[in-house]
Design a protein around this ligand. Structure first.
Ligand SMILES: [Zn+2]
Length: 193
């Protein structure tokens, strides 16, 4: 892409996910409020260097930040929106390693082994992230799922919040302690739990 950033353009800002991985890094809408520095690509394969002030619009609020242009999968950078940067020319999304999809695939296996339910609106703070509850002999486990990964869960019923098991209050640390105890119980090998 050789497009030059200018004030007022709509771009994508790559959010930081939470350290525990409950919320993945995603593209957010952002508007260029100032171009701090710009250098065009030096070679055909290079990217431009472009540091911009952005007004980043999250679903729940805005913030302002100065960030560098970068690849689509690097948190804390901006890039052109994936499919609208040049009318008539749609660039495919690059195949990037997606650890959240890999995690979702493992959760799908757990959900095939133990009674489970997906609740679309379980977390009022994150209405776009369905929650899966897995009921194991060591207690409840739960994860937020990306709607992009729901195709991995055709075997799990999708329930309204009033029909489903409620979150039992476990923390992320307790969840992984339960998972470790489950590994111990299934493998008969004492672990770190
Ligand atoms: Zn993007």
């Amino acid at each position: 892409m050789s497009q030059t950033p200018t004030v007022g353009q709509t771009v994508h800002y790559v959010s930081y996910g939470t350290p525990g991985g409950e919320y993945p890094s995603v593209c957010r809408a952002a508007i260029v409020t100032e171009v701090s520095s710009y250098a065009p690509p030096q070679h055909a394969d290079d990217d431009m260097q472009a540091r911009c002030h952005l007004a980043v619009m999250n679903p729940t609020g805005m913030f302002f930040n100065e960030v560098d242009y970068g690849p689509q999968n690097v948190p804390g950078t901006w890039h052109w929106p994936e499919s609208v940067d040049e009318p008539g020319q749609v660039e495919p999304e690059p195949e990037v390693w997606n650890p959240y999809r890999e995690r979702a695939a493992l959760v799908a296996y757990l959900a095939a082994v133990y009674p489970s339910a997906i609740v679309p609106n379980a977390d009022p703070d994150e209405p776009n992230w369905p929650v899966i509850y897995v009921t194991t002999p060591q207690g409840q486990l739960s994860w937020h799922l990306s709607s992009d990964d729901l195709d991995l869960f055709p075997h799990v019923p999708v329930l309204d919040a009033d029909q489903s098991p409620a979150w039992d209050g476990h923390t992320t640390a307790e969840k992984y302690e339960r998972l470790a105890r489950l590994v111990e119980a299934v493998s008969n090998v004492p672990g770190k739990a």
